[in-house]
Design a protein around this ligand. Structure first.
Ligand SMILES: O=C(O)CCC(=O)C(=O)O
Length: 637
């Protein structure tokens, strides 16, 4: 049986699986998809209309019907965020090569298949071009399309360099595929899997080739990489179990050691590895048209023996496609491990990571505070941690040259003299910042160890109610520019009027059902605001946000239809930086913030005046675990 036969056999096997598989992968509703996602910012590669597979006679085209998978992949996901948050081998939100310290850890096979890309030996040998610079069309939210011509890849390009380095050091890496990768023999999209982890591979060959392109020169130089399956993993998971025996006897998948593979420790035989007379460097015989120098800098690059260019359609040399021997000890585990905390702290960065469902294989982001939960089958695992005290964060002091605030040069913001006020059991200060052109003012009512007894209780109450699930802290989907939903980088819960910024009505409970911590937070905010500003402020909505280590709320403004002029928040837990920047400052490209405030445990911040939201946006970056309750008045009270 030849390699082509095996690949054809795999297609036949898969075709036979259609009937059973379409029933066997029911799609369980996914709450994260309830929100409408904006999928417009998509890169598409138009450059290589030739979609190749291991048998050029039978090109896989979009019209070919591919079967569904007969079983769940061991690791799969529906969004990039799930992959990036759950694994440490693919954490790239854009692009197909994830590397760290010049070593590639993960490589995503996607729509950008080029001529001569193959999925061979049942997927044990995958040839792909990598490293970017393909022709692409970038779509933007406003509907514009931007066309980028293909360009030459260089060995020094970051991704290419990392891939070359990984090849040299013969380190295994993880291949992933998405549902747009046309050479995968099963229909991932119809099976309900957007991303799948294929497994561990090593780079067995690297070479450069010249491809025709729709640019001014009519061609580009692209690097090609041959990825070979690490045999220690057994058979690839996509081969149906009932056909493993058939596949096992195929010589191309289980070859005779001295026949189909090059003996370990030996160089490629001379016939497949020749030295260039021009540059004196070796290149393999890759294509059946004969040897060519595959060093792009050589004057003999991409010329066959006659000195001419090879034909556009090339067949791989049979020898070249043989699997090479390789042994890997201690291959890394692909399933993410569940973090363990000896000190019962479960708000650290490790606990923000996603999770692998042992039942259905899905990788899910951690989107519920109280547990990891599979977004597909609902299987879950409780996160058990202890309540944290405010003084646990005192040692983390902000690295700033100011105590409470910094006003940006040319911002026009004026700080008033601190105003002491009596909070009932003593005095604390209110700092007021007047924004220019009557845009409003911002007040920072400082907490203090003496004034914070109520805030301490509220912080504890929040944590207990979140852990028990009474307070349903969730990460909600934002409108996104990527495939699949993109969840916020903090957990939240909304009480009272719906707040559109974090998902509107779907994420709101009425005040009569409010958990105790929320009632206590709004009471403290109202009391402090009344004492500091000398008037009663009505609120009908309160957003509770919880940030674990390294989480934050990006720049936004609270401006929302019907929002009242006053927004007030209570800070609990670790210290946070709050930066304000005016829209006109941001559009002028000035990197400086107009105002930075340091929010500490027990502080209450008040933004007063419609102009604050209309002319400024703000971001909050906590130093560690933090909870904030922000009260507003939306519509009429
Ligand atoms: O975390 C905070 O202190 C404020 C959160 C915020 O900006 C908001 O709810 O709009």
């Amino acid at each position: 049986m030849t390699a082509q036969d095996v690949d054809r056999c795999l297609r036949d096997i898969a075709t036979g699986a259609i009937a059973q598989s379409q029933e066997s992968t029911p799609l369980i509703p996914d709450w994260t998809l309830e929100e409408e996602i904006d999928p417009t910012f998509e890169a598409t590669d138009d450059s290589n209309n030739i979609r190749s597979n291991s048998n050029p006679e039978e090109p896989i085209t979009p019209t070919n019907v591919k079967p569904c998978l007969s079983h769940n992949p061991p690791l799969w996901a529906t969004s990039r965020q799930e992959i990036c948050e759950s694994t440490d081998y693919f954490r790239s939100y854009q692009g197909g090569v994830y590397f760290s310290k010049e070593v590639v850890k993960g490589y995503l096979l996607s729509a950008f298949s080029a001529s001569h890309d193959i999925f061979h030996h049942g997927g044990k040998l995958i040839i792909s071009h990598g490293g970017g610079k393909a022709e692409s069309t970038l779509g933007s939210r406003c509907g514009e399309k931007r066309h980028m011509s293909a360009d030459d890849q260089q060995a020094t390009d970051h991704s290419v360099h990392a891939l070359l380095n990984t090849y040299e050091s013969k380190r295994p890496l993880i291949l992933l595929a998405d549902d747009k990768y046309s050479l995968f023999p099963f229909d991932l999209a119809a099976s309900g899997f957007t991303y799948v982890v294929l497994g561990l591979y090593w780079i067995s060959h690297v070479w450069a080739e010249r491809q025709s392109a729709d640019n001014s020169r009519g061609h580009v130089i692209r690097y090609k990489f041959a990825f070979q399956w690490c045999e220690e993993q057994g058979f690839p998971w996509w081969i149906p179990p009932d056909r493993l025996a058939d596949i096992a006897i195929a010589p191309s998948l289980a070859p005779e050691p001295n026949n189909d593979r090059v003996p370990e420790g030996q160089e490629l035989p001379p016939a497949t590895n020749q030295t260039c007379a021009q540059c004196a460097r070796k290149s393999s015989v890759v294509y059946s048209c004969g040897w060519m120098c595959l060093r792009p800098r050589c004057s003999a690059f991409w010329c066959i023996a006659t000195g001419e260019r090879p034909p556009t359609q090339l067949q791989y040399d049979e020898e070249f496609l043989r699997l090479l021997p390789a042994n890997f000890k201690n291959l890394p585990a692909l399933r993410p491990i569940i973090p363990h905390s000896p000190d019962e702290i479960t708000t650290s960065y490790l606990f923000t990571k996603g999770w692998h469902c042992p039942k259905c294989g899905r990788l899910s982001s951690r989107y519920k505070w109280e547990q990891w939960e599979c977004s597909s089958c609902g299987y879950h695992l409780e996160v058990k941690g202890r309540v944290r005290q405010p003084n646990e964060f005192w040692h983390q002091r902000p690295n700033a040259t100011f105590l409470h605030s910094h006003i940006g040069k040319n911002s026009g913001i004026i700080q008033c003299l601190p105003k002491p006020f009596n909070y009932g059991k003593g005095f604390t200060n209110c700092l007021t910042f007047i924004l220019p052109r009557q845009r409003g003012s911002i007040h920072l009512i400082l907490g203090s160890p003496m004034a914070n007894t109520t805030a301490n209780d509220i912080f504890k109450e929040y944590q207990e109610e979140a852990a028990s699930g009474q307070l349903k802290l969730r990460r909600y989907p934002l409108r996104t520019v990527m495939r699949g939903p993109l969840l916020t980088n903090y957990f939240s819960q909304n009480t009272g009027e719906p707040y559109q910024y974090i998902g509107g009505t779907g994420n709101t409970i009425p005040f009569k059902m409010a958990p105790e911590c929320v009632n206590q937070a709004i009471a403290l905010i109202k009391e402090r605001a009344q004492l500091a500003l000398g008037r009663d402020i009505g609120f009908n909505e309160i957003l509770s946000a919880a940030y674990m280590e390294r989480q934050k709320m990006s720049f936004h403004s609270d401006s929302e239809k019907g929002l009242g002029p006053t927004v007030a928040s209570l800070s609990l837990g670790s210290t946070a930086f709050m930066h304000f920047r005016a829209y006109d400052t941001a559009t002028k490209g000035q990197p400086l913030h107009d105002l930075t405030l340091i929010l500490r445990h027990g502080d209450v911040l008040i933004m007063e005046g419609e102009g604050v939201q209309k002319h400024y946006e703000h971001t909050v970056i906590p130093m560690n675990f933090r909870i904030a309750a922000t009260a507003r008045c939306i519509g009429s009270v």
